[in-house]
Design a protein around this ligand. Structure first.
Ligand code: ADP
Ligand code: ADP
Ligand code: ZN
Length: 213
């Protein structure tokens, strides 16, 4: 299964990708996570992208295309993958099409998780993540079962993303509408696009994605 999750920041791509990893047994490729790991490790790539990410702008296409080309060549992607955060521009999508073609691979589905702008601000402002295992949570919508303790690993330390604030969200939403939304007609034309209601509960979105597959 080769799948793309498409949607604005905070739509629920990461949350749903994690659920799909369990149900489909394929890997999740989150370009945002890869970039944040590079920033945290202080690599050359990390130094190049840090300020761009903090401003809520998109990292240049050539960097992203190379990153994904290298990643999907790894053996754990042979069974398939769920892309969460890539492609984000038409240039990335056309480059990705060429990569798949070269490998004689076919994209199965693109799932659009649709949410209006306003609720997305509350989504990202309430988002936090377990520092040890990366499980995602939300202050209102997905609290740990026991306060301050990760459901998955029992960790007690949580982190928030530097770009998850109202100010940066304006730039991220603008980038989505200007540069990423044109992918919707692009994939609709290829007959692989399905849209789910991202305003529904996490469980209901999961169900709708299952039905779309
Ligand atoms: P979100 O939760 O907002 O969807 P991500 O974790 O996917 O965010 O991405 C965080 C940031 O990383 C983006 O704002 C952007 O700066 C950068 N980024 C991630 N993926 C891409 C991509 N495919 N193209 C360009 N920039 C990207
Ligand atoms: P994305 O990867 O698209 O940026 P996330 O999956 O990280 O989005 O979700 C953003 C925040 O909203 C997280 O704190 C998550 O727990 C929460 N969330 C995800 N899906 C829903 C939903 N359907 N309803 C309410 N909150 C949600
Ligand atoms: Zn944890």
């Amino acid at each position: 299964m080769k799948l793309i999750l498409l949607g604005p920041p905070g739509a629920g791509k990461g949350t749903q990708a994690q659920a799909l990893v369990e149900s489909l047994g394929v890997v999740q490729l989150s370009t945002g996570d890869m970039l944040r790991a590079a920033v945290a490790a202080g690599t050359d790539l990390g130094k190049r992208v840090k300020a761009i990410m903090e401003a809520g702008e998109l990292v240049p296409d050539d960097i992203m295309i190379e990153m994904i080309a290298e990643r999907i060549a790894e053996p754990d992607c042979a069974k398939g993958f769920i892309l969460d955060g890539f492609p984000r521009t038409v240039a990335q999508a056309t480059a990705f099409d060429r990569m798949l073609e070269e490998k004689s691979l076919k994209l199965d589905r693109v799932i659009e998780i649709q949410v209006e702008d306003l609720p997305l601000i509350e989504r990202v402002e309430g988002r936090f993540t377990c520092a040890s295992c990366g499980e995602g949570y939300h202050e209102r919508f997905k609290r740990p079962k026991r306060d301050g303790i990760c459901d998955v690993c029992g960790g007690t330390e949580f982190v928030r993303r530097k770009d998850d604030n109202g100010e940066t969200m304006k730039a991220r939403l603008k980038a989505y509408h200007d540069q990423t939304a044109p992918l919707l007609p692009y994939y609709r034309g290829r007959k692989v696009l399905r849209t789910v209601d991202g305003m529904a509960s996490i469980e209901e979105v999961k169900r709708q994605i299952g039905a779309a597959l």
